[in-house]
Design a protein around this ligand. Structure first.
Ligand code: PMP
Ligand code: GLN
Length: 378
């Protein structure tokens, strides 16, 4: 068979998690919490199943859940979103993003992304017949070089994808970034796909700048979220997309003949549980403590962090310890030291290697301590 994705191999997350299992290593590679999710939310879902909520949900998402989401967006960002026409529940954030690409990309359209980039974007764009235009974030602070973005625009540019807070670097876009982005999107009639799955995981008193807060920008945006990150249940694979009605109308045409609808009991359970605002309002403090604890455990080592202000991740430079490539170094860490991490070059199409690894700190205290004990031996 002729491959539609001839250059795409196995996701680095799968590779490193498999190696972690094989070598019985501590896994700070793939991003997922290793502490339990809320019992109350589990009970809400279980109650929904026992009450008979087991058949197809509405194709755009359970109406009550969409209403709750619109209320939440209004509460957090003072933006009025119509739950009838502007929100679609999806089987995960990745699917929400893929569907946005499928909705807008015509063969040969160019899509600008920033590298290092979360690993699904490039295959998603390619699969939909688009051409990826990667722009490297400035190393080592991973800021967006806006002048290079303007230079990269051609007649074929259709969209820009941004991700804030950013995986893998933890960089959080500022108001100035959003204003620059808005200017470029509007001037060139582009679409924006805004991956905001880590909206609540923000540290150091920073604020999440959602595209939804900028009405002119939002008019051309698909904003994507994941319940997995917010409620510590990455395995549930449930998310949603928010877009203005005209764009959402087209998005829903793609969605209705792909997933059609999403897991009903989980939508019922989350809709019930969402009344508890504390569950997401406390996430920033909780995860910042974990980030800082890992920093303190590694403070007297040769691993030097590059500050993260959001997401589950912080990246660390290891050049004082080894001149191996990050892939070779990561392989050695898992095989010889019992700790799995992600080599940053995996997030670049051309495997740019700055000798940096990504660590996931969404872990129990004892996991972070055990991980640090391994890293101290390197
Ligand atoms: N975007 C980013 C940046 C992510 O880190 C993730 C988490 N894997 C996703 C999207 C996808 O989320 P989900 O697991 O809900 O598909
Ligand atoms: N988002 C997670 C990460 O960046 C992994 C998701 C996945 O395995 N597809 O590590």
């Amino acid at each position: 068979m002729q491959s539609k994705l001839p250059t795409i191999g196995t996701s680095i997350f799968t590779v490193m998690s498999q190696l972690a299992v094989q070598h019985k290593a501590i896994n700070l590679g793939q991003g997922f919490p290793d502490f339990p999710m809320s019992e109350t939310l589990i009970n809400c879902v279980s109650d929904a199943m026992h009450a008979g909520g087991n058949q197809y949900a509405h194709t755009y998402g359970l109406p009550l859940l969409r209403e709750r989401l619109a209320e939440k967006i209004n509460f957090l960002y003072q933006t009025a979103i119509d739950p009838e026409t502007e929100i679609t529940v999806t089987p995960g954030g990745t699917y929400a993003i893929f569907t946005a690409f499928s909705t807008i990309i015509q063969p040969g359209d160019e899509v600008i992304i920033f590298e290092p980039a979360y690993d699904s974007y490039i295959p998603n764009i390619t699969f939909n017949g688009g051409v990826v235009v990667p722009i490297a974030l400035e190393f080592p602070n991973y800021s967006i070089p806006w002048d290079k973005v303007s230079d990269a625009i051609t007649k074929k540019t259709k969209a820009i994808l941004v991700n804030t807070p950013h995986n893998p670097t933890g960089v959080v876009m500022t108001k100035e970034d959003l204003l620059q982005l808005q200017e470029i999107v509007l001037t060139n009639n582009l679409y924006l796909i805004s991956d905001e799955v880590y909206e609540h995981l923000i540290y150091d008193n920073k604020q999440h700048e959602t595209a939804m807060k900028y009405p002119d920008l939002f008019a051309r945006s698909f904003v994507c979220f994941s319940f997995g990150k917010t409620y510590h249940c990455t395995g549930w694979k449930l998310g949603y997309c928010v877009a203005p009605a005209a764009l959402m109308k087209e998005y829903r045409k793609v969605h209705q003949f792909n997933a059609f609808s999403c897991d009903t009991p989980k939508q019922l359970g989350i809709a019930e549980y969402m009344n508890n605002r504390e569950a997401y309002l406390t996430l920033g403090t909780m995860y910042q403590e974990k980030r800082d604890y890992l920093r303190s455990l590694l403070a007297n080592t040769q691993f030097k962090y590059i500050p993260s202000s959001g997401s589950y991740f912080e990246s660390y430079r290891y050049e004082a310890l080894s001149d191996e490539s990050d892939k070779v170094f990561a392989e050695r860490l898992v095989k010889d030291f019992g700790i799995a991490v992600i080599p940053m070059s995996a997030f670049y199409q051309n495997a740019t290697d700055h000798k940096v690894i990504r660590l996931c700190f969404a872990k129990k205290t004892e996991t972070l301590e055990a991980a640090a004990a391994c890293l101290l031996k390197v």
